[in-house]
Design a protein around this ligand. Structure first.
Ligand code: NAP
Length: 279
């Protein structure tokens, strides 16, 4: 998987399939359905071209509506959603596709299994249903989320298509080195969720020192750290000024020593429930 030469908001990473994913994404977890359409419209106007939704977020339809109402062609926007259920899998996959892109030939760019929590048998069923979605042209790429090394190893025994990405919690306080090394070795792109640590580290002295040194906000420093680590960060905001500021992360670079200071903060500290150790 290679990063593009473009160093701006449109920079991409090439997935195993050859498809490109914009490296800076935009998350809509906890974005209430009644505000998501507006938020996504603002994000698109601000330059984001990659939106991360899920069945569990109850706003897939609003993401789709924002893209349809925008001036941007469907093909120019990368949309991810996630399967959150272990029953009625094929129907729920189809439902999500038609919420995100209701055209007869509608598709999602990336469909993930949200969590390994359904257990080994159901995970296999979920993956095979996703492979069938790819075969039918309704998903361009498929992947997983919250998978640990054990889950990834297990699925390598039955997957015909390797997961394009693993979306996990990643920020300086939660760097998950074993999963990151495994994914890098097998060309599985790493998407960083909760890249802003949900705002809980806004007063961290190391972060504030680097923000001061770079003249950037703590949030911009965290997104920049993620980009420089080669991850695909998915910052979320429903606030216009923050949406715009979180995109302005391509006009500065963290030095090696600033990266090192942030890398040294790892404490395996999660802000979301950690599913990577589930059976
Ligand atoms: N696969 C999974 O299991 C999973 C789990 C969690 C998250 N995710 C994905 O990752 C995305 C991001 O993670 P997240 O939503 O947990 O948290 P996050 O992006 O780390 O943080 C979002 C929080 O930070 C605030 N914020 C955003 N920009 C800010 C700024 N510039 N200054 C100050 N505060 C700022 C937001 O507030 P406002 O909205 O009020 O501006 C919101 O409360 C999700 O939306 C979702 O797409 C996936």
């Amino acid at each position: 998987m290679a990063a593009s030469k473009d160093t701006g908001p449109n920079s991409t990473i090439t997935l195993d399939s050859g498809n490109k994913i914009p490296q800076l994404g935009f998350g809509v977890y906890q974005s209430p359905a009644e505000v998501t359409e507006r938020t996504v419209r603002i994000a698109l106007e601000a330059g984001y071209r990659h939106i991360d939704s899920a069945q569990w977020y109850f706003n897939e339809e609003q993401v789709g509506l924002a893209v349809q109402a925008s001036a941007f062609p469907r093909e120019s926007v990368f949309i991810t959603t996630k399967l959150g259920h272990a029953d009625r899998i094929p129907e729920l996959l189809e439902e999500s596709v038609s919420k995100v892109d209701p055209r007869p030939d509608g598709y999602v760019d990336l469909f993930l299994i949200h969590s390994p929590s359904a257990g080994p048998e159901k995970r296999k069923e979920q993956w095979q249903a996703l492979e069938s979605l790819v075969d039918r042209g309704k998903a361009k790429d498929i992947g997983v989320s919250n998978y640990g090394v054990k889950h990834l190893t297990q699925m390598s025994e039955y997957s015909k298509i390797s997961p394009a990405v693993n979306q996990i919690e990643l920020h300086p306080w939660c760097q998950q080195p074993a999963i990151v090394s495994y994914c890098q070795a097998y060309n599985i792109a790493l998407e960083a969720y909760s890249p802003l640590v949900q705002g809980t580290k806004a007063s961290d002295p190391v972060l504030l020192r680097i923000a001061k040194e770079t003249g950037k906000s703590w949030a911009q420093v965290l997104i920049r750290w993620s980009l420089q680590r080669g991850f695909i960060p998915l910052p979320k905001s429903d606030t216009k000024d923050r949406i715009i500021a979180n995109r302005d992360v391509f006009d500065f670079e963290l030095s090696e020593s600033q990266m090192q200071s942030l890398n040294e903060l790892d404490k395996d500290e999660h802000v979301c429930l950690n599913h990577t150790e589930l059976p």
